[in-house]
Design a protein around this ligand. Structure first.
Ligand SMILES: Cc1cc2nc3c(=O)[nH]c(=O)nc-3n(C[C@H](O)[C@H](O)[C@H](O)COP(=O)(O)OP(=O)(O)OC[C@H]3O[C@@H](n4cnc5c(N)ncnc54)[C@H](O)[C@@H]3O)c2cc1C
Length: 266
């Protein structure tokens, strides 16, 4: 790890000012991705701006319509929240499937979403539930947020402060986890908003996306069998030592079918 300057602001505006005043800064959240990357010398920020001291970025608020999660909220806080379990159980379940206990105790929703790892779970909830990513300067629609591999709509210095999840009538998430890391080889979220179906996919492509073909058939007939008739092209899908693009396309349908079955029994 190269040397760096460490800052721990207590306000979002202070963090942004520190970012602007530094040569090559990075925000630090749970450090679950950033610290190992720095240790391998794949990232060498001159300044680390630790977001852990900014109180307004932590915690949860749930109403019947929306669940708001502060960006610095750890995965285990979401997984164990009685409010989230009661209002948006699929989000608590998804958070509980991330990595292991150590990762869930340190990793944060803001870090996960800003990182846009192609195999991360939360991005699937962002697109599948149509969440809004809130920063210090604007609100970004979940459909517009993920751009490519590790690339998002965030501008340099922009901080995710909160994520707002609309509460669906019902929803289900299924993932095929990598047995070592638990990252999603493929994960699928199916959400029913009063008869209007959204389907989010993670793990298959360079970033999370909506599966419009599956949405179309499920909007006509909400059944697991309906997914059989959908063609999921594997063009542009990830292909690596864990799974080929073709196998990932197959998994998208299988996970979608299982999620629909769960949703119908919820
Ligand atoms: C062994 C292991 C297993 C894992 N398994 C899974 C899994 O199964 N599923 C899964 O989804 N994830 C998994 N993860 C990822 C983990 O859950 C974290 O979400 C991820 O590492 C990033 O979160 P963090 O809070 O630690 O962010 P950090 O590592 O601190 O930051 C990550 C990046 O986001 C930027 N950033 C952080 N917060 C903000 C913010 N508020 N605004 C703007 N930019 C910001 C940082 O500058 C950095 O570039 C795993 C990680 C490990 C190490």
């Amino acid at each position: 790890m190269y040397p760096y300057n460490y800052h721990r602001p207590t306000q979002v505006a202070e963090a942004v000012a520190l970012f602007k005043a530094s040569d090559d800064p990075m925000y630090l959240s749970g450090g679950m991705t950033l610290i190992p990357t720095m240790k391998q010398r794949l990232a060498a920020p001159t300044d680390l701006i630790d977001l852990s001291g900014i109180e307004e970025m932590s915690g949860l608020n749930a109403t019947a319509e929306v669940v708001q999660v502060g960006a610095f909220t750890q995965h285990n806080v979401v997984a164990r929240s009685a409010q989230v379990q009661a209002t948006l159980p699929v989000l608590a379940q998804l958070a509980g499937l991330i990595g292991d206990n150590q990762v869930r105790n340190r990793g944060t929703i803001g870090g996960s979403v800003a990182n846009s790892d192609p195999a991360a779970d939360y991005p699937c909830a962002i697109v599948g539930l149509g969440a809004t990513v809130v920063t210090q300067q604007r609100s970004i629609s979940g459909d517009e947020f993920f751009k490519d591999l590790f690339e998002t709509a965030l501008e340099p210095g922009e901080i995710i402060t909160r994520i707002d999840f609309p509460v669906p009538t019902r929803a289900a998430y299924r993932k095929f986890p990598n047995p070592a890391s638990r990252y999603a080889v493929v994960g699928v979220m199916v959400a029913d908003f009063s008869g209007s179906i959204r389907v989010g996919v993670t793990g298959a492509g360079p970033c999370a996306f909506r599966a419009s073909g599956i949405e179309e058939v499920l909007n006509r007939e909400l059944s697991a069998d309906a997914v059989d008739g959908v063609e999921v092209p594997d063009a542009g899908f990830n292909s690596d030592l864990h799974a080929s693009g073709e196998y990932r396309a197959h998994l998208v349908k299988i996970m979608a079918k299982r999620a629909v079955a769960d949703l119908l029994h919820s």
